[in-house]
Design a protein around this ligand. Structure first.
Ligand code: PMP
Length: 397
């Protein structure tokens, strides 16, 4: 019989979420997650995945995965440090290091895991972390796990960062101080001010940590935000995911040989969680090969991003200040935003609403994620639906 205390906890909290309109109903995609998806038997243009380059359904990745499963089996069999390091894992790490222009790379099971692993492997209760207030949940959790003092600075506010860094340094309370930022902020599509961050870091001897989940494969000819700013040798940690532009699953840290050596010795998900299966790693290798040799997909992604932004802006929507293909359409009111998304989906456009607490109250939005796999015709259809539903709901004139 279930514990009464657990029952009470679960039922109270689930009811509370329902009462606040925060109960998330999960949709099931029937078949592949491409530019068009099937949900409840209906075809919808998909603007809600992170599959920036369309690689999640690319036949070259699928073939590599099938082949690796045949040669290496379905599972890796153990954690990396026992005998779960297959030749494929080493190949992927070497390839990624070349791609990111760093000495070495360590691969983890997910981007989320990566932040849990890497921050706590170097930071502890005697340290402090300066963290942008809009950083991703996995950074927040990774910081908590480290037990370091977390000091949040205002989003991309370099004056605030500098004054907090100065105060932390001059307090003499901390052995080490780190500054952590997303490379690209996923809700607004803005880019971190890395040149200024690096300057402040060099002034106060801060460790620099950039989570580039949304910049890798998108900026810097695919190598990410750090490369975009030409800072490859001035950032200590570059985090990437294998789940977004790369189209598969996993995460990695790119950095110096010594840093990666330490993470291989001490980061807990590497030591205590089974490594990724051969099919996943082989598909990632195929994706990195494609990215290194063919920039057309990245160009197509940007072209599609501009096309969608121009179309929505021309209709009179507030699309925020995105500097990347991420295209928010800011509606404001939470309930109206959710109703808008529901109508878009009914009209054949799968574009989900993002509301408080994921974004600030009153800044509810539809977050559109165009990819390289969308055709012009699909995006024209999307803009047409935005016009129809927006007029119907009096969101545009
Ligand atoms: N960092 C950032 C900035 C992210 O946006 C995400 C994904 N939402 C992650 C880490 C986690 O990556 P993954 O999905 O590969 O676990």
């Amino acid at each position: 019989m279930a514990s009464q205390a657990l029952d009470l906890f679960l039922s109270t909290n689930i009811e509370d979420l329902k009462a606040k309109g925060l109960y998330n109903v999960i949709d099931t995609v029937q078949g592949p997650n491409g530019p068009v998806i099937q949900i409840d038997g209906k075809s919808l243009i998909n603007l809600s995945s992170n599959n920036y380059l369309g690689l999640a359904t690319d036949s070259r990745l699928v073939d590599a995965a099938v082949q690796a499963a045949k040669t290496h089996g379905a599972g890796a069999g153990a954690v990396r440090t026992i005998n779960g390091t297959l030749d494929l894992h080493n190949q992927l790490e070497e390839k990624l290091a070349g791609f990111k222009h760093t000495e070495a790379v360590i691969v983890y099971q997910s981007g989320f895991n990566c932040n849990m692993a890497a921050i706590s492997a170097v930071m502890d209760a005697n340290d402090a972390i300066l963290s942008d207030e809009l950083n991703h949940a996995s950074i927040i959790d990774g910081c908590r796990l480290s037990k370091a003092k977390v000091i949040r600075y205002k989003h991309s506010d370099m004056e605030d960062l500098r004054s907090q860094a100065k105060a932390a340094k001059e307090s003499g309370l901390y052995n080490k101080i780190m500054v952590i930022t997303d490379g690209v902020f996923s809700m607004d599509g803005d880019i971190a001010k890395l040149p200024e961050i690096v300057k402040i870091a060099e002034e106060f001897d801060l460790i620099t940590y950039v989570d580039d989940a949304h910049g890798s494969g998108v900026l810097g000819e695919g190598a990410g935000t750090v490369k975009h700013f030409g800072l490859s040798d001035r950032i200590d940690f570059q985090i990437g995911t294998l789940s977004k532009a790369i189209g598969v699953v996993g995460g990695y840290v790119a950095g110096s040989k010594q840093l990666i050596e330490w993470l291989k010795l001490r980061s807990r998900p590497f030591l205590f969680s089974t490594s990724q299966p051969p099919a996943v790693i082989a598909a990632c290798i195929a994706a990195v090969d494609i990215l290194m040799n063919d920039k057309d997909l990245i160009d197509k992604l940007w072209e599609n991003g501009h096309f969608l932004k121009d179309g929505l802006r021309a209709l009179g929507y507030d699309i925020g200040h995105s500097e990347t293909p991420i295209t928010p359409c800011i509606i404001g009111d939470e309930v109206k935003t959710q109703q808008f998304s529901k109508r878009l989906i009914e009209e054949g456009v799968y574009a989900k609403s993002i509301v408080f607490p994921t974004v600030l109250k009153g800044t509810g939005r539809i977050r559109n994620m165009p990819t390289a796999a969308h055709t012009k015709e699909m995006l024209e259809q999307v803009i047409g639906v935005y016009e129809k539903v927006g007029k119907e709901m009096n969101l545009i004139g």
